[in-house]
Design a protein around this ligand. Structure first.
Ligand code: ADP
Ligand code: XUL
Length: 525
């Protein structure tokens, strides 16, 4: 009977999933999604990003995320659910993005007028109008400065789980401090997207959880505490501006009077939010080591649980905290859906004709490949984007369709070897995981079985399941993680995509060719 709400504020959209869990019965009773570009066109975003002439800069709007939250909670309230059964809410958000608030924000959060939209009231307490997000690649200098100040890349990676990355929050904060010192000084609290949205719900400053905190280059991964050398290397006075770090299962409070009065929602418990990848780990049921998931949302991400943090010595991957209190390994690619869409649109295709072109071309593409860096790439690090084609004409539609998909899957396979997982099974999620032609290439390249999920947005489902876990823990009736993820977060057996051994053999050879081409171009950048 109790209802648990999960929200996912991703790059391009806000999604809500409500699950009904009673004893052994688990059911999704509500799902809704809102596209930032389409449903809130007044912000002028494209794929959820504000236009900018500099391709290295990617920013979005905290007011847009706030307005989206208000619209979505309105939809939930009028969605025909018995609101009195609604007991807890948690959330998932795109990682690394940050929101800058001035003094007095908490007074506005606690006393927001339910007669006026929240985003109008929050506007006056933002100390920075824009929020840098994970697609941003403008902080290479700040990455180098922080790395040097803490004693080198190995030290930073060993302590925080990652070497310095342009999109991570610490380098972004440092750039803000250097470029706008007065606005930095006027900032009282710096939130992640996750802790900002949790603060809006609870009407008070929310903590950061270790899953999202490990995407900042500021947190001691093993201690789940701010790491003073990194905090001091990033910007003066930063510690006082950072939220506290608390476990993902933390109850922050209840839905504030704003939500209760504006939408007639009950005083449901608000759990700490986390990043989309940690939430997706739960939403794909990955609470034990051995299986990996590949999320193809805006970014392409390969991730899996880790008992103990094994940091990537090659410097491409990350170790983050898992909502279970253990860890997760992941490798992230920015040229995911945006790159697939570029190819689709360049040849005037729909997803249907894109898939038909993929199926009409031979595995291995007769040796023709491309390096898919349409936007700045995270893995491997490519700050100035360019697409490199080998034996492939730029105007060959089907050839380019196969080349982009093979390139992405080969990059996922080769750059995740550091995770030391013998990949035999892959759980596929994110918007592009609905495309089984893409999943066949994935299965063939990895030589692994690939499965899909009933709930496509596993980050959102994971947030709802975290609300269930946290609420039950707080009520003195804790539930094992194995039980939390049972049924709803299990892949659908009938969706299995099997690898073709002949294609897999072709890809074993092509992977070596791809790696050599990648290394050659990188050596010239
Ligand atoms: P995010 O959570 O990062 O906002 P989603 O997981 O919602 O992203 O995925 C959105 C993306 O899914 C779109 O940008 C689109 O490119 C991709 N997508 C949707 N349907 C298909 C399809 N049939 N084939 C390939 N990609 C698809
Ligand atoms: C993770 C990352 C992306 C974002 C957006 O490190 O940068 O996956 O979380 O989804």
């Amino acid at each position: 009977m109790p209802l648990y709400l999960g929200l996912d504020s991703s790059t391009q959209s806000l999604t809500a999933v409500v699950v009904d869990i009673e004893g052994d019965r688990r059911e999704v009773v509500f799902q809704s999604s809102l596209s930032f570009d389409r449903d809130l066109p007044q912000y002028g975003t494209r794929h959820g990003v504000l236009p900018n002439r500099n391709p290295a800069i990617s920013q979005s709007s905290a007011l847009m995320w706030t307005e989206a939250l208000d619209v979505m909670l309105g939809r939930i309230a009028s969605g025909g659910l018995d609101l009195s059964r609604f007991v807890a809410v948690s959330g998932s958000a795109q990682q690394h993005g940050s929101v800058y608030l001035g003094a007095g924000a908490e007074i506005v959060l606690a006393n927001a007028d339910p007669g006026r939209p929240l985003h109008e009231q929050i506007k006056s307490v933002l100390s920075r109008n824009v929020s840098p997000i994970w697609l941003d690649a403008s902080t290479s200098i700040e990455c180098a400065e922080i790395t040097a100040a803490v004693g080198g890349a190995d030290m930073l990676a060993k302590t925080t789980g990652s070497r310095a990355f342009e999109r991570f929050t610490g380098p972004q904060i440092r750039r803000f401090f250097k470029q706008e010192p007065a606005a930095y000084a006027g900032t009282d609290r710096i939130h992640l997207v996750s802790s900002f949205l949790a603060s809006l719900l609870a009407g008070q400053h929310a903590p950061i959880d270790p899953g999202d905190g490990s995407g900042m280059n500021l947190m001691d991964l093993r201690a789940s505490a701010w790491w003073t050398p990194a905090v001091e290397a990033t910007a003066p006075g930063l510690l006082a501006k950072l939220p506290t770090i608390r476990p993902s299962r933390t109850v922050i409070g209840t839905l504030s009077p704003y939500w209760q009065r504006r939408h007639g929602l009950p005083a449901a418990r608000v759990l700490a939010w986390s990043g989309d990848n940690p939430c997706s780990l739960i939403g794909t049921g990955l609470v034990r080591e051995g299986i990996v998931a590949i999320s193809m949302g805006t970014s392409d991400v390969i991730f899996g649980p880790m008992r103990e943090p094994r940091v990537d010595t090659t410097g491409t991957g990350h170790v983050f905290g898992s909502p279970t209190g253990e860890f997760m390994g992941l490798t992230v690619f920015s040229n995911g859906s945006l790159a697939r869409e570029r190819v689709r649109d360049a040849f005037g295709l729909s997803w249907k004709t894109f898939s038909a072109a993929l199926e009409a071309t031979p595995p291995g593409n007769d040796g023709r490949t491309l390096l898919p860096w349409f936007v700045p790439e995270i893995t491997p690090s490519v700050v100035s984007p360019a697409v490199h084609r080998f034996g492939l004409e730029a105007d060959d539609g089907p050839g380019n369709v196969r080349a982009i998909i093979e390139a992405q899957q080969m990059a996922l396979a080769s750059h995740s070897r550091w995770m030391e997982v013998d990949v035999k099974t892959i759980y596929a999620t994110g918007g592009a995981a609905t495309n089984r032609s893409i999943l066949q290439v994935m299965a063939d390249i990895f030589g692994a079985d690939v499965y899909q999920f009933e709930v496509g947005n596993t980050a959102c489902l994971g947030a709802a399941l975290r609300a269930f876990h946290g609420e039950r823990t707080a009520s003195g009736q804790p539930v094992d993680w194995d039980d939390v993820v049972r049924e709803l977060a299990e892949p659908v057996a009938s969706t299995r995509v099997r690898p073709d051994p002949r294609s897999h053999a072709i890809y074993r050879d092509l992977m070596a060719v791809y790696a050599a081409r990648e290394a050659e171009i990188l050596s010239r950048l």
